[in-house]
Write a protein that binds this ligand. Structure first.
Ligand SMILES: NC(=O)c1ccc[n+]([C@@H]2O[C@H](COP(=O)([O-])OP(=O)(O)OC[C@H]3O[C@@H](n4cnc5c(N)ncnc54)[C@H](OP(=O)(O)O)[C@@H]3O)[C@@H](O)[C@H]2O)c1
Length: 239
């Protein structure tokens, strides 16, 4: 049995870091991608020695370079978790075109650059992909507080489902994990908004570790017949 090799993006903090640690605890050899968090990345060096990669995934060449570095070091790649995705709240009549473009780039194009770079490697290993959505995408509901963000996550959700169908004959699974409100050191200030928190039916916000355990399950053989799914882990928020 070979050791599984995983690549986790957005991994210098927050949900990406929690997933990286959960997969490492489960025995994976985990590579992490960060972009601007150099201090956090250097603090993680003892834990993930030689497996921290700096890349701006808005650049296709950078995505190819980071996948290339992992393949050169490990010879294989089994799992990719993409935890990048900027958030922005606000009314639609205040949403600047440039903001919507930035959200689309961050939530959709960064994912797609990574897919283009890693598709063949994941097919070769018969591995799995996991992307991050957000709770409340189902049914095309109106999201007046964060419509631009939700629209870009919806675009990603459709790409994920279509990709799942296309990759299934290659033995590859593709799923999405959609958190509710999960504060962490470095999270968007809206995760601390009392009015939003008060609307969570379970009465509390989520914890990064809870998201990470759900991610590990979606990547594991325990969910081995599930593909093209969007699992909400949100305490009932926006049901
Ligand atoms: N936390 C929540 O409540 C929540 C709720 C619903 C959905 N989500 C989704 O879950 C995912 C993770 O959330 P999070 O709260 O952990 O996010 P986060 O704190 O914003 O962290 C995202 C990380 O992505 C990295 N990143 C951003 N743009 C990048 C780029 N172009 N290239 C490479 N890396 C880039 C950043 O790295 P650097 O710091 O190194 O720049 C950042 O650390 C996101 O997709 C988010 O939309 C989160």
């Amino acid at each position: 049995m070979h050791q599984r090799v995983s690549l986790v993006t957005g991994a210098a903090r927050g949900l990406g870091l929690a997933v990286a640690r959960e997969l490492a605890a489960g025995g994976d050899r985990v590579h992490l991608v960060w972009r601007t968090s150099s201090d956090r990345a250097s603090q993680l060096e003892p834990e993930f020695a030689g497996r921290l990669h700096r890349a701006d995934l808005l650049e296709s060449a950078a995505a190819h370079a980071v996948v290339g570095q992992v393949l050169e070091a490990e010879g294989r790649l089994d799992r990719v978790v993409h935890a990048v995705g900027d958030f922005e709240s606000g009314r639609l009549d205040q949403l600047e075109p440039e903001t919507l473009r930035r959200l689309f780039e961050s939530n959709v194009m960064s994912a797609w650059n990574l897919v283009a770079a890693g598709r063949q490697a994941i097919r070769a290993s018969g591995g799995a992909w996991l992307f991050f959505g957000c709770a409340g995408l189902g049914g095309g509901r109106a999201r007046t507080q964060a419509a631009g963000y939700a629209a870009t996550k919806s675009a990603l959700a459709l790409l994920v489902r279509s990709m799942a169908k296309e990759e299934a004959p290659h033995g590859v699974r593709v799923n999405m994990l959609s958190p509710g409100i999960v504060p962490h050191d470095g999270a968007h200030a809206d995760t601390l908004n009392p009015a939003r928190q008060a609307a969570i039916p379970m009465g509390r916000t989520g914890r990064p570790e809870e998201i990470a355990r759900a991610a590990a399950w979606l990547l594991s053989e325990d969910s081995g017949y599930a593909t093209g799914q969007d699992l909400e882990v949100a305490g009932g928020w926006l049901l």
